[in-house]
Design a protein around this ligand. Sequence first.
Ligand code: AKB
Length: 314
Amino acid sequence: MDTIVITGVQGQIGTELVQALRKQFPSSFLIGIGRSALRPQSMCMDRYFRLDIGDRRGLKALAERYSIQTLYHLAGILSAKGEGHPHQCWSINLEGLRNILELARELAIKVFWPSSIAVFGPHTPKELTPQWTITDPTTFYGVTKLTGELLCQYYNHRWSLDVRSLRFPGILSYQTLPGGGTTDFAVEMHLAAQAQRRYTCFVEPDTCLPLMYMPDAIRAIQEIMDAPATALRVNTSYNLAGFSATAAEIAQAIQQHRPNFTCNYAPDFRQIIANNWPHSIDDTAAQVDWGWQPRFDLQRTTADMLSHLTWRTD
Ligand code: AKB
């Protein structure tokens, strides 16, 4: 029986990835790793371990005991939080990744790891940002993601480790809230509208960012992990596009369903982070190498988000 491990299993991506993997691999043994107590919505896994990603001995013991084949390493600190907690950001995002890559090298485990549009910076072309271009991140988080990408490529070239990665844009989801990201406003706006609250957005209305709906993000992970290794020509991390929208366009899309929704704007330090990120992403390499195509635009995302948030009025 195959054993699959997901770190950060109770985070924004992990919560939904574990459900998708349960459906995709019904007879595999699914192990989740996280830092907090187990929440009921994560019950579809076979085992849950409260383990720090810095605990190398604990990770190794677990990997040997369960002879892991595949590991989705999702534990991480996002951009805005990383600015306030650089030490934690470094140790979780980079030392944690290195622990996982070492383990994977020793035990021949296939790895998935998420990178981010945060690897780009002020000198990167903002429109249709190419796969190979200037990467000059200005956030601590972006530095850890760029270094992590190079580390993945190194382990692939030096040790033939099968490690696959995607540069995610901001992800919108209704099951688990993001925490500490610069793109969190896109989710928070939907939540406020659903709860009939006014929303104060922390970036300007004309701030345009690449975004993606969670079902597309989960499918992208499944598709890149299913692709034959020989098809993958990018060993750092693949650019990945969903759709692009300004904060005002998101508010307008919501107002089509919730006409009373109002949004005002009070930019804070996250505006500067957003200003240094791309507006749109060229993901031709992902399309050509493993057939990537997004299914959700802004309108579909908003309609689906709001229809699923009906239970949530807090
Ligand atoms: C963040 O805002 O930090 C993340 C990201 C784009 O990596 N959503």
